[in-house]
Ligand binder design. Structure first.
Ligand code: CUA
Length: 163
């Protein structure tokens, strides 16, 4: 019995380290019913900002049945912190081909950190059944070479694919 428990724990630790998984590390609450009325997840704040330390901060709103922004723009090779909130029900958020795979639960802010490597577009589907429009709920993330990312603009306002 003990050997099995140790073996299973070992598998968890190994796979977590190998795939760079992020265990939930904090509990941060938010009022999901008033997101549109202002604050961090109001429309003008959604998208990508460049922080004073040069890292990227991405805010995404999940709602039935879309992610806002619908196309997230990020620079390749730059540490990215993503913050997500749901305006209604539980959604799933993943970026194909990366270690980004989280749940977005109403009432809480989901945070995930990563660095995107190769430039290109990746799909960002909702992977948690959230209603009749679930299968149509997906978006893109556009990873561009740092030279093509509008760093100056993104220091003062959130940008997305359309800037
Ligand atoms: Cu949102 Cu499925």
């Amino acid at each position: 019995m003990t050997a099995i428990m140790v073996a299973l724990l070992g598998v968890i630790v190994f796979t977590s380290a190998h795939w760079g998984l992020h265990p939930p590390s904090q509990v941060e609450t938010i009022d999901s019913t008033s997101l549109h009325e202002g604050g961090e997840f109001s429309e003008t704040h959604l998208g990508t900002l460049i922080a004073p330390d040069g890292t990227a901060l991405v805010r995404v709103l999940a709602q039935q049945y879309a992610f806002v922004p619908n196309c997230v723009l990020v620079p390749a090779g730059v540490p990215v912190k993503m913050r997500l909130a749901s305006a209604d029900v539980v959604h799933g958020f993943l970026v194909q081909g990366t270690n980004v795979n989280v749940m977005v639960v109403p009432g809480y802010v989901t945070t995930v950190r990563t660095t995107f490597g190769d430039s290109g577009d990746r799909l960002m589907p909702c992977h948690e059944f959230c209603g009749v429009g679930h299968q149509a709920m997906w978006a893109h993330i556009r990873i561009v070479e740092a030279a093509r990312f509008p760093f100056d603009e993104a220091k003062t306002k959130a940008v997305s694919c359309a800037h």
